[in-house]
Design a protein around this ligand. Sequence first.
Ligand code: HSE
Length: 314
Amino acid sequence: MSAAAAQRATAFAPASVGNVGVGFDILGFSVDVLGDRVTASVSATPGVTIKAIRGVADDLPLEAAQNTAGRAVQALVEAAAPAFGIELEIEKGIPLGSGLGGSAASAVAGVVAANRLLQTPFSKLDLLKFAMQGEAVASGSLHVDNIAPSLFGGLVLTVGIDHPRVKQIPVPKGVRAVVVHPHLYLATKEARAVLSKTIGMSDFVWQTANLAGFIAGCYSNDVDMIRASFEDVLIEPQRQSMIPGFADVKAAAMAQGALGCSISGAGPTIFAWALAEQAQSALAAMEAQFASRQIGVDGWVVDIESAGARLVEI
Ligand code: HSE
């Protein structure tokens, strides 16, 4: 039995690293150290309205249909047809154009908060589909690799768009993620526009092997298998020139013994996976490369396990 519907609820949704190198548009993991919060309140104004946007990005559209959280909650409202409107307040904790899944987190926090106002709440899988509509407003495409980990938490594989199936994948205990966010802006739409529409057969085989090996390594606790498979041969080569110093940052992480290093989502954030003993030195080495180019950064070593989006106030 679900709790009585609330008049007002606030949800937090974590940042995320999309693609994880080998799983373009289908694999991602959540990064709990930062995220977006959305408060949803019952309103007399029909439909979805956005009252305020605060935090690290306040110049986002206030028109619901143009806003990732607004559009996601509109999709929920279209499906639920509640007898009231929903007003949103958005608190951005994830910088725009950072490659940390900011648009996905707003959409996810929006639907998780709004769902709490409903007499009959939707399942998480339904919320995923609503949130995807919001993500599409920002990136122009229906990809799920940020939405799914932000909503479910941890390393998440999503298969299918119309009828998505979500799998939370175990990560070997000693593995940490190193995340380095350079203070640069890169629009997802722009980073998608540079990608070739076709790929060669040998690259297809190589990338397929890497994705399969990576997932198999995670399930079987085989860190060497993860290391051997942790290479994006398709997307990274096409995007890396958009991130100043990428090759040196990656080389610095690998020299410290990282299992792999690649672009977080569309970039410019760069992430690595490393064993706990090497994670801090990988972080320092990656940050030093940006510092040598006078580019400011934020950096974190994080656990990949996470609870995903959650209600924080009702
Ligand atoms: N998978 C997407 C991309 C993530 O790489 O374009 C962007 O948020």
